[in-house]
Design a protein around this ligand. Sequence first.
Ligand SMILES: [Zn+2]
Length: 262
Amino acid sequence: MNFKQIPNKFENLNWQEVDSIAKEKRSTVIWPFGAVEQHGPHLPLATDSIFVDEIISEVLKLFTSDVPIKKLPTQYIGFSPEHKGFPGTISLSSNLITSMIREIGVQLSEMGFKRLILINGHGGQISLLNTAARELRSCAPCMAVFPCFMWSGVNGLSELLTKTEVEVGLHASLAETSLMLALKPELVGDERPHEVIKGKIPEGWSLEGNAPTAWLTNDFSKSGVIGDSRGANECLGKNLKELLINHWFKLIMNLMQSDWPN
Ligand SMILES: [Zn+2]
């Protein structure tokens, strides 16, 4: 008797399963991107990778097995030059990452996949993945490519957070610490650093706003935290987890119900 179920993980499929899924009209691959970089004295290096891997794995569990979407192994090491100087941070060059996305993406397109979602958990590589996606699309015009940031465009997110977190919580602060408390509390240390950069930047300029600067964490944080991690709690983390899962399930479901780009 055969109990085999079709797995969500691309790497657990066999070649014949990939062949038939890729040929489906709406075949889609989702490829999570994170980072291995300092996240303060209380969060693990792989924080961004763990988040995107866990959230997308949960999202995919909500789809029935006949929906042709499969998850590539999460790319743990990313582009993190801003955290250089903090031991443990490992960063690949932008060239290497864009080449990897192009090479792997072209092969997926050649197999017959119609869409590739690059779902990213690390704010420092949003523009890099946008660039890589556009390059890949020009090399594989038959495959739509979606470079997405896990925390962007999530309705209700700012309502769950404090004003400080929304304005200056960039790294390892309230949201990330809370989410990790909900996902992997055994990886969270006791410290709750508080390093808010408000007032240090010239008027009209910002870290990531309309007139941004290419900042280094060393410019304004000793602990590695940018924002306020005090007040982080598991309950907030669970609410964030639920919000992120619902948001991405809805968006991916919309895609899976459409024939885009045809
Ligand atoms: Zn992070």
